[in-house]
Design a protein around this ligand. Structure first.
Ligand code: SF4
Length: 466
C-alpha cells in the first residue's frame, strides 16, 4: 500500500513562508515521495515550483529564497489517480479570475467520470482528479463566481475523499470532504493573544516542525480560510452521516507515530494494537520483533502484554525510496533484500513473534519470512496489527484490485501456508477499534467491504483503475 499525499497551507506575514513550507513538507515526506511542489503569491502573481523527486531534491536553498510573499501552499505526491509523470505533480495551477489559483489535493474522487462527462470534458488517464477539480473550479470562476463559492458548487458535486489546500491572491483555503477520510489540522504560529501566522497540514508533526501550536482538526465538510488578518471558518459541505470516517489505516500505518489524530497519539494506538493482539492467543516464543517501521510500536505493545522480551530482528534501509516494480517472486525477494537485512545474532535459533501492520498481496511477507528463516529463525509466528485486508480502497490509498488481495480469496490457514509462517494471527476488528478508542468514527471499508461513500460505478469484481 502507498500513502496518497500530504498537503500544507501557510499564511505568515514577515516570515519566509517557502522555508516554513519546506520544513512542513519534509515532515510529510512519508505521505508521498513521487513529487513535491509549492505555490506562493507575490507581486500580484502566483508562482508554482514542482518537480518529480523528494522535497529536498525539488527545493534548493536558492529556490526557496526566490519564493517570497506571505502565503504558500505545498504538496507531496504519490499518484493514486492519473499519471505519475511531472505534469501530474501538484499544486495544480489555473489562470481563472484575477490572479488565478493553485490547488493541492490529498485523496481520491470516486465520481470523476460522471463529473467530467457532465462538464463535457474528456477524462483521460493523463488527467488526475485534482486537475479535473481545478478545471471545474476555473470554469465557475470564469463564469463570475468567487472562488469560495465555486468551491462550494464543485466540491458539493464531488464524491470520495479530499483534503485540499487552495491558494488565491490574498488567502489560503483548506477544505475537508464531508466524511473526513484524510486528516487535516490547523496550527498557530506565535502566541494565542498575538498570532504571527497560521498553518494547515495533513498531520500535526508538520506543525511541530515549524514551531506552530496545534489548534484543532478541520471538521468534515468545513472550509477554513486564512488571510493576513486571521482565520475564518465555514461549513461548506454538509457533514456525512453525522460522524466522521477518518481512514483507520492512518492509525495502523500511514500517519507518523508522533501525529495526533482525533485526540490520540498514533504511536500510543499502535502500542495498544500490539497489546490487544497479544491478548488474543498465547504462543511460546523467545523474542517479539516488529517489521520496521509500521510493526515496531505494535511489537513493543505485544512484548509488554505477553511478557516475551522485545528485540530487533530487521534493519531497514531508510533511503530506499519507492518500492521497485517486482513482477515475480525472485524480483520481490531482491526488493525485500534491498530494503531489509536481518540481525542474525538476534535471530539464530530463536522462536520469533514477528509483528507487521498488514498483509496485502502477501508476496513481501513471504519474502520476509523466508529471509528470517535463512537467518536461522527456529520458528516464525506472524502477528498482524490490522484485520485481513480484503477490499480495495477508493479513497486515496493505492491498493491492488480485489483479485490481487490475498485475504479476498484465501482463508487465514491458506495465507499462513503461502507466506510460510508457523502460525498467523490478525488482530480482530473489535480489538483494532478498541485500540483506537473511536467508535464508528473511522472508515474500515478495506476490512469490511462496507464503503461509507459511493465507489466508482465502473468498479466490479474485476476492478479497474480510472
Ligand atoms: S478503505 Fe481502508 S485504506 Fe481506504 S480510507 Fe477506508 S480504511 Fe482507509
Amino acid at each position: 500500500m502507498k500513502e496518497a499525499c500530504g498537503v500544507v497551507g501557510i499564511v505568515a506575514p514577515g516570515r519566509s513562508v517557502a522555508h516554513l513550507c519546506f520544513d512542513a513538507l519534509f515532515a510529510l515526506q512519508h505521505r508521498g515521495q513521487e513529487s513535491a511542489g509549492m505555490a506562493t503569491f507575490q507581486n500580484e502573481q502566483i508562482t508554482v515550483v514542482k518537480d518529480n523527486g523528494l522535497v529536498s531534491a525539488v527545493f534548493a536553498e536558492s529556490t526557496l529564497r526566490a519564493l517570497g510573499g506571505a502565503l504558500v501552499i505545498g504538496h507531496t505526491r504519490y499518484s493514486t489517480s492519473g499519471s505519475a509523470n511531472w505534469t501530474a505533480a501538484q499544486p495544480v495551477y489555473r489562470s481563472a479570475g484575477v490572479s488565478g489559483f493553485a490547488l493541492g489535493h490529498n485523496g481520491n474522487l470516486t465520481n470523476t467520470l460522471e463529473l467530467a462527462a457532465a462538464a463535457g470534458i474528456e477524462y483521460t488517464s493523463m488527467l488526475s482528479d485534482s486537475d479535473l477539480v481545478a478545471e471545474l473550479l476555473a470554469r465557475e470562476v470564469d463564469a463570475g463566481l468567487a472562488l469560495e463559492k465555486a468551491l462550494g458548487v464543485v466540491l458539493g458535486r464531488a464524491e470520495g475523499a479530499f483534503s485540499m489546500v487552495i491558494l488565491e491572491s490574498d488567502q489560503v483555503h483548506a477544505v475537508r470532504d464531508p466524511y473526513g477520510f484524510r486528516p487535516l489540522c490547523l496550527g498557530r504560529l506565535g502566541p494565542a493573544d498575538a498570532p504571527e501566522g497560521w498553518i494547515v497540514a495533513s498531520e500535526s508533526p508538520a506543525l511541530d516542525v515549524v514551531g506552530a501550536t496545534f489548534v484543532r482538526e478541520i471538521d468534515p465538510g468545513e472550509m477554513v480560510t486564512i488571510t493576513k488578518d486571521g482565520v475564518s471558518s465555514l461549513q461548506l459541505l454538509e457533514p456525512a452521516l453525522g460522524k466522521q470516517k477518518l481512514c483507520i489505516f492512518e492509525f495502523v500505518y500511514f500517519a507518523r507515530p508522533d501525529a495526533y489524530l482525533m485526540g490520540h497519539q498514533v504511536h500510543t494506538t499502535r502500542r495498544r494494537m500490539g497489546e490487544l493482539l497479544a491478548s488474543q492467543s498465547n504462543v511460546p516464543a523467545d523474542i517479539v520483533m516488529g517489521v520496521p517501521d509500521g510493526g515496531v510500536p505494535a511489537a513493543e505493545g505485544y512484548a509488554k502484554a505477553s511478557g516475551i522480551p522485545f528485540g530487533y530482528g530487521l534493519v531497514k534501509n531508510r533511503y530506499i525510496g519507492r518500492t521497485f516494480i517486482a513482477p515475480d517472486q525472485n524480483n520481490r525477494n531482491d526488493a525485500v533484500r534491498r530494503k531489509f537485512n536481518p540481525l542474525r545474532e538476534n535471530i539464530e535459533g530463536q522462536r520469533l513473534i514477528v509483528v507487521d501492520d498488514s498483509i496485502v498481496r502477501g508476496t513481501t511477507t513471504k519474502a520476509l519470512v523466508s529471509m528470517l528463516r535463512d537467518a536461522g529463525a527456529k520458528e516464525v509466528h506472524l502477528r498482524i496489527s490490522s484485520p485481513p485486508f480484503a477490499w480495495p480502497c477508493y479513497y486515496g490509498i493505492d491498493t491492488p484490485n480485489r483479485d490481487e488481495l490475498l485475504a479476498a480469496n484465501h482463508s487465514i490457514e491458506e495465507i499462513n501456508d503461502f507466506v510460510g509462517s508457523d502460525t498467523l494471527e490478525y488482530i480482530t476488528l473489535e480489538n483494532l477499534r478498541a485500540s483506537i478508542q473511536l467508535e464508528g468514527e473511522c472508515c474500515d471499508a478495506c476490512l469490511t467491504g462496507s464503503y461509507p461513500a459511493p465507489i466508482p460505478v465502473t468498479i466490479g469484481a474485476a476492478a479497474t483503475r480510472w
